[in-house]
Design a protein around this ligand. Structure first.
Ligand code: 4AD
Ligand code: MG
Length: 464
């Protein structure tokens, strides 16, 4: 019976059975009594399983005693209750087969001792073998499946929006250009450099910064949709919160206003946080022990309490009267910096804050103008310790107002199709974008966003 370690450790129904497990060795310890203990993990859960290997195995001297951390092995034997502390069961091994040796144990980059996260970023291809990155990977899986489950249970359709696009949704000019490159006929300049077309088959194209505009088209037909895919930003910023490539979840709902949107964001976040607490207690215990003491309590309290709803204008007052000395100025009309978001969410409220109704001048062209003519129906969800994890808005559904905004902001490109959505059966609609990696960090307490995604792309990390 081939089993994953999770299924063996999580129920005692298999005790007494002959089982086979496959995975990678975390450690080997030999006792004087001629028994070796091998800890094996396969990624299915946090804990490795212990195999008790007697020296009576025919390949004990030849193989077992040479097994080192990182070797891939298959172990068969009878599952039995464990006498050891902290283990529910163990395997009394009757066969151990080494499937993949570690070439040179002395230079294996992920030896059993602890490593800094900074070091592990340099061996991103091997770091999933560590406790921390196994746990982060499983939390990503749980969050992803909870995200899809949340929307599917509520009748949303998953829309796969394009990655190659001509429109700069956020209007921030932070797009990577897409160009055609004929690999077979690379025209080389005399200096050897490659000459290529700076366009997509004759037209300008970019990697998308957001699937929102396309999601709007589908929301105005299917009523409730969401995207969940990669997005790209050519921000040359080296912060612990920015990636050049990150994943975004973007629900878009017809007949919904800003309050509906905020309520959706709150309900959605609580649902996916609850999923992590329920499905990944082993990994969360690790984060609480090694990364961020309060990780579990924080998440539990967020799930149980109401988010704080606050107007941008009130937030400005609070910040101005805080007595804090911020690096960046605080004034109505200025965008909030990370330090301001941190103050509001962490110090002032101590829970997630949904900040609403920002000045139009600091927000994107598609946000719905409020009656005051100065603010837009925008919202950001600010999380303690992280800052902005969600950005969203009610969309401008009135063609004349939208046209004015497009002209004012000098939005380039073909807006014809987007305007059509306002010409043919327009309705109020709203949506938001949740940065997946920021949420991974919020949940786990990990500090650097480069550790929230398997292979981070930043100005300083060369792709591989
Ligand atoms: O606030 P943003 O720019 O909003 C939009 O793109 C909207 N079109 C979304 C929508 O309404 N459908 O980005 C949304 C979220 C941010 O709140 C943040 O969590 C995350 O995406 N984000 C990043 N995450 C990692 N690295 C970056 N460089 C990010 N930029 C934004
Ligand atoms: Mg934003």
């Amino acid at each position: 019976e081939n089993r994953d370690i999770k299924s063996l450790l999580s129920s005692d129904s298999a005790i007494g059975n002959q089982v086979t497990v496959r995975g990678w060795v975390r450690s080997r310890r030999d006792s004087k009594a001629g028994i070796s203990f091998i800890h094996l993990y396969d990624g299915s859960c946090f804990d490795p399983i212990q195999a008790v290997v007697p020296d009576t195995l025919s390949n004990y001297q030849q193989d077992v005693l040479k097994i080192t951390t990182g070797c891939a092995v298959e172990i068969s034997g009878v599952l039995s209750e464990s006498a050891g502390k902290g283990q529910s069961c163990e395997i009394q091994a009757s066969a151990v087969t080494v499937m993949g040796w570690v070439d040179d144990p002395d230079t294996y980059p992920i030896a059993k001792k602890r490593h800094t996260f900074e070091y592990l970023r340099q061996v991103a291809h091997l770091r999933p073998r560590t406790n921390a990155f196994g746990a982060i990977s499983r939390v990503r899986t749980t969050l992803s499946s909870a995200i899809h489950r949340y929307f599917h249970e509520r009748g949303y359709h998953w829309v796969n929006t394009p990655i190659i696009t001509a429109s700069d949704c956020e209007g921030a000019g932070e797009m990577f250009r897409v160009s055609t490159l004929d690999l077979a006929n690379l025209p080389r300049a005399t200096d050897g450099s490659v000459d290529f077309e700076e366009d997509f088959f004759g037209r300008e194209a970019f990697l998308t910064v957001s699937g929102q505009l396309n999601a709007e088209a589908y929301a105005l037909a299917l009523s409730k949709v969401y995207t969940f895919g990669p997005t790209f930003r050519a921000e040359n910023s080296n912060t612990s919160r920015h990636l050049a490539e990150f994943w975004m979840v973007e629900p878009e709902v017809a007949f919904a206003d800003l309050n509906d949107n905020a309520a959706l964001a709150e309900d959605f976040l609580k649902y996916i946080f609850r999923a992590v607490l329920e499905e990944r207690p082993d990994d969360m215990a690790f984060f609480a022990q090694r990364v961020d003491k309060g990780a579990i309590e924080r998440l539990e309290s967020v799930v149980q309490s109401d988010f704080e709803y606050m107007d941008y204008a009130d937030a400005i007052d609070i910040l101005r009267n805080s007595g804090e000395s911020f690096v960046f100025p605080v004034e109505w009309g200025l965008d909030l910096q990370s330090e301001h978001e941190q103050y509001l969410a962490e110090k002032h409220v101590g829970r997630p804050v949904i900040l609403m109704n920002y000045p139009a001048s600091i927000k994107a062209f598609y946000m719905r103008m409020n009656d005051d003519g100065e603010t837009v129906a925008a919202m950001d969800v600010l999380a303690p310790g992280i800052g902005e994890i969600i950005g969203g808005s009610q969309r401008e559904e009135r063609l004349d107002v939208l046209d004015r905004r497009i002209a004012e902001l000098g939005i380039q490109g073909d807006m014809g199709w987007y305007r059509d959505l306002r010409r043919y059966g327009t309705v109020p609609h709203s949506g938001f974008g949740m940065g997946f990696e920021r949420v991974v960090n919020y949940v786990t307490g990990m500090e650097n966003i480069r550790d929230a995604i398997p292979f981070p792309r930043t100005p300083k990390h060369a792709p591989f």
